[in-house]
Design a protein around this ligand. Structure first.
Ligand SMILES: Nc1ncnc2c1ncn2[C@@H]1O[C@H](COP(=O)(O)OP(=O)(O)O)[C@@H](O)[C@H]1O
Ligand SMILES: [Mg+2]
Length: 253
């Protein structure tokens, strides 16, 4: 995609700045989510209470279909709950408009997904630049931030490549760069190591650990027991409810 088309894609969606406070970073109270499809109700979440403090590295675990991705998408303002309240930085956000949600997301939240979710017709550089452009930052400011992020994940040498010219591990490193380039307060990762071999999985975990040490609050969904040691707190989800919580005092944070 050429730069002009990219700028056009961006300016269409610019929204005014909204920011969130740092206290009581995330507080979910009685969150439910019901999906309605062809008259079938799926209760994906049933009364979830969860508090996440600034600077935490926490994991959400549980079997397939128990509501982990739904919970993460509500925390990340990609979706709204059917019922319950959600305070983010001390502010009720469950009733915000789509634009307001998108704006907070763009300023404060970074996402990393199992399937990388890079845009296929944008280069590595442009993929990392896109969320910064949505913030309305100038190209020169964007450039500094993109290059800094790509440097951190050791991908500068591939900045002009397209995603399909990279290995899975490299694509996820680019996705990590995209998530962290704007220095979000909150990083949400949905099984970020699920499509990676163990070496690349560990690399991604080490990057998340570093970001957490630099102040980001991390909430990560994983099935993989090997990664439990990175987090101080593991929340266990089953059938849309939090059924257990374990703390790991050996964790680094
Ligand atoms: N967009 C959707 N429409 C309808 N049902 C959905 C949707 N997304 C998820 N679900 C259902 O909600 C439940 C929880 O899904 P999900 O949060 O993706 O679980 P997990 O990430 O733990 O595997 C599942 O039964 C799933 O089929
Ligand atoms: Mg999931």
């Amino acid at each position: 995609m050429n730069t002009l088309a990219l700028e056009r894609r961006i300016t269409k969606t610019l929204a005014p700045t909204v920011s969130i406070g740092n206290e009581k970073l995330i507080a979910l109270d009685g969150i439910t989510k019901i999906y309605l499809t062809e008259e079938i109700e799926t209760h994906a979440l049933s009364g979830v209470h969860l508090k996440i403090q600034p600077g935490e590295f926490m994991l959400i675990s549980g079997p397939s279909g128990c509501g982990k991705s739904t919970l993460l998408s509500i925390i990340g303002l990609l979706d709204g709950p059917t019922d319950g309240s959600y305070h983010l930085g001390g502010r009720e956000v469950s009733g915000l408009s789509l634009d307001q949600r998108a704006n907070i997301r763009n300023q404060e939240i970074g996402f990393i997904f199992q399937s990388f979710n890079l845009i296929g017709d944008l280069s590595v550089y442009e993929n990392v630049e896109l969320p910064l452009a949505y913030r309305g930052l100038k190209p020169s400011e964007r450039k500094t931030m993109v290059l800094e992020a790509l440097e951190k994940v050791d991908m500068i040498h591939r900045k002009s490549h397209l995603p399909n010219q990279l290995s899975g591990g490299q694509q996820q490193r680019v996705a990590v760069a995209r998530a962290m380039a704007g220095k979000p307060k909150i990083l949400l990762a949905d099984e970020p190591t699920g499509n990676l071999d163990s070496k690349n999985g560990m690399l991604v975990m080490d990057m998340l650990k570093q970001l957490n040490e630099n102040g980001a609050t991390i909430c990560m969904v994983t099935h993989d027991e090997r990664y439990a040691k990175f987090a101080r707190r593991v929340v266990h989800l089953f059938d849309g409810k939090i059924v257990d919580e374990t703390t790991n005092n050996q964790a680094h944070n």
